[in-house]
Every structure is written in C-alpha cells, then in structure tokens.
Design a protein around this ligand. Sequence first.
Ligand code: GLU
Ligand code: ZN
Length: 277
Amino acid sequence: MTITRFAPSPTGELHLGHAHSALFAFAAAKAAGGRFLLRIEDIDRTRCRPEFTQGIFTDLGWLGLDWERPVRVQSEHFDEYRAALDRLEGMGLLYPCFCTRKDIAREVEGAGHAPHGPDGPLYPGHCRHLSVAERRERREAGQAFALRLDVAAAAARVGPLAWHDRAQGEQTAQPELFGDVVLARKDIPASYHLAVTVDDALQGVTLVTRGQDLFEATHVHRLLQALLGLPVPGYLHHRLLTDPSGRRYAKRDRSLTLRALREAGRTPDEVRSLAGF
Ligand code: GLU
Ligand code: ZN
C-alpha cells in the first residue's frame, strides 16, 4: 500500500509551489490506489500561526484534495520527539552546543576556509570538544544549549547507507554534508530533521514526495532512520515550480497565494493547471 503525505509548515499562506507539492503527493497516492496524508509541521512556535493552519485546510479543500483525519499536528507530539532524542543521547551521539549564532559566525570566520553544506557553513564543532566537566558546569549555570548530532560518530556506528529516489535512482547517503546537525534547539525541543523522520515512520509513510530543495536533507533522515531502527520509505523529489521569469515561488509572491488566486476569481481547475496538474 502506497502512503504519501504533504507536510507544510504553517508560517504563511500557501502559494503555487505548495500546490504543486500537495497535488504531486496526492496524485502519487491516487495513481497507486493508496492513501494520502496531510501533516502540519508547526514545531517552530515562533513562526507558525493557527490561522495559517486553517488556511492550509481551506486552500487544499478548495483545490479538490482530501486527506485522512485526524491530521497529525507536530506541536502535539513533542514527547515522541523527546523519546527519540533520549535514545540518541543514550547512544552517546548527541552533545550540547552552547554557541550563539554570533559565536558560530566568529568561529567560521576564524577557521578561514570553513566547509559549506546545503544550508551554509558547517558548524565547526567547538562544543563537540568540551569536556564532561565543562558541559556540566555550563548546564548547571543555566546556559541555553542546542543538541547536535555527532555525525561522524553516528555514521561510524551504522556503517554505509543508501536510499532510493524513484526518479534519480540509488543514492549513497552522505549525512556529513550538513555537519553536526541540530536535533533540538534552545527554544524548540525538536528539529525539522528529527520530527519529519520520526513522523514519516510513525505514520507508515511509504513514499516521501517533496521538493528537490530537500533532496540533501534525505541523507540526514536516512542516518536517523538507521540509528532509530525505523523503516526506510521510498523517495521522490520533484522539480520546483518557477514563475514565468524562472524564479521559485516563495512567500514574497503575495499575488500568487492560493487565497489571492481564489479571491481573484480563478477556479480550482485553473489553479491546478497553473500548478502543473
Ligand atoms: N515542512 C517542510 C516544509 O514546509 C517540508 C517537510 C517535508 O516534506 O519533508 O518545507
Ligand atoms: Zn557550540
């Protein structure tokens, strides 16, 4: 049974790029006689808003999609992400990082030639080298910290990994591309990488469809699956929809939100077609 999902973050209104992604996941499920899920990825309470979640339901319903209820809302499941963190911590693969953004920028600059990953310069690893005593001292002093994955140690523990993209073929996992990723932030007790991996497994998703911009993130998710003993879904990363001038749709394109198009009198058929379906 094929199970796909669309997993937007309610940080703004959906635009045509989101419509493409949602319709892509929906079509993949329907073509296989499978199931389609919607998941609200709202762990970042500072950026997500309930009215945007409501807008997602309205927009997708208007587009003609339907999805299973209840919808999984990530902010209701922090305990499950915590349990996954505890397991990784128990394996000795997490370390507290006390660096501020400024500290990291300074370290990167000081390093001269800091390697870059898909999200920018890699974390240079300062806090990986703190002694047990230093860690305890800073924690006890109440210093805020994030939890980072020691990617080299994690990769060594599970050995070489692969995953499969249905369009782009077999991939050798390269989780080190992102460096020691943050799995829990100072203000948010989970991260995108952790929550998405745990949820896709918990919800039985068998085919993860999402934009090509998240292709590299899959390397990290594959590593987390191996560490946590989770099943490995199939993957299908789709092209990113661009506007007529070749730019990716983004939150700045106010006139191309699904709501604006609807209010301007476009029909669901027209919008599906603008979104490539
Ligand atoms: N929530 C993520 C986003 O809005 C997508 C997650 C995924 O499809 O893996 O970009
Ligand atoms: Zn640090």
